[in-house]
Design a binder for this molecule. Structure first.
Ligand code: AMP
Length: 188
C-alpha cells in the first residue's frame, strides 16, 4: 500500500503514521525526521537545513525531493510506504507523481486527518507550557495552522480530483482514530 498522510500541526499525524505503518507492515517515512536525524548527526545535509528548520521554513523542493526519491528506493519501501510530511508543496506533488511513474507505481490513497482547529491550538498551547516552550505563543501556533491551510488545502484538492483523498476525523482517542483510519482505507 502506497500512502500519504496529511494533517495540520498537532493533529497527531506522526503518532498515527507510526501506528498505521506498523499495522500495514510498511515503513512510515517522515521527511521532518530525516532532516532532524541529519542535523543531530552533523551531516552535510544537516548543516544545510538546520537554519531552515529552526526558522520553521520549508527546505527547498530540490533538496527534499532528492531525499525522498533516494529513500523510496530502499528495499523496505519496495512493497509500499506511508509518507508523513511529504509532499508539502505543489512542486513536491509533481515530483512524487513523476518518481512513482518512473517506477511504474501509483498511490493507493491520501489520508487527511481533519481536526477542530481551536481544540488543536489549545492542545499545542498546553504542550508548549508543559515543555517550557514559551516562544510557542498562540499567535505562532495559529500562524502554523494558517500556513497548513494555505499550503496544504490545494494538495488535498489535487488528490481529491485524482479520487485518492480519504478524509478521516482525527478527533478523539489515539486508538479510536487509528481504527477509523484502518476502516476508511481502500481494500487491497
Ligand atoms: P515535520 O516534522 O513534518 O513538522 O517537519 C519539520 C520541519 O522539517 C519543517 O518545519 C520543515 O522545515 C522541514 N520539512 C519537513 N518536510 C518537509 C517538506 N516536505 N518540504 C520542506 N520542508 C520540510
Amino acid at each position: 500500500m502506497r500512502l500519504i498522510i496529511l494533517g495540520p500541526p498537532g493533529a497527531g499525524k506522526g503518532t498515527q503514521a507510526a501506528r498505521i505503518a506498523e499495522r500495514l507492515s510498511i515503513p512510515a517515512i517522515s521527511t521532518g525526521d530525516i532532516f532532524r536525524a541529519n542535523i543531530k548527526d552533523g551531516t552535510e545535509l544537516g548543516r544545510r537545513v538546520k537554519a531552515i528548520l529552526d526558522a520553521g521554513g520549508y527546505v527547498p523542493d530540490e533538496v527534499t525531493n532528492e531525499i525522498v526519491e533516494d529513500r523510496l528506493t530502499w528495499p523496505d519501501a519496495e512493497g509500499g510506504f506511508l509518507l508523513d510530511g511529504f509532499p508539502r508543496t505543489a512542486g513536491q506533488v509533481d515530483a512524487l507523481d513523476a518518481m512513482l511513474a518512473r517506477h511504474d507505481h501509483a498511490l493507493d490513497a491520501v489520508l487527511e486527518l481533519t481536526v477542530d482547529e481551536d481544540v488543536v491550538v489549545q492542545r499545542l498551547l498546553n504542550r508548549a507550557q508543559t515543555d517550557g516552550r514559551s516562544d510557542d505563543t498562540e499567535e505562532v501556533i495559529r500562524e502554523r495552522q494558517a500556513i497548513y491551510r494555505r499550503e496544504t488545502a490545494p494538495l488535498a484538492d489535487h488528490y481529491k480530483q485524482a479520487d485518492l483523498l480519504v478524509q478521516v476525523d482525527g478527533m478523539g482517542g489515539v486508538d479510536e482514530v487509528t481504527d477509523r483510519v484502518m476502516a476508511a482505507l481502500p481494500a487491497r
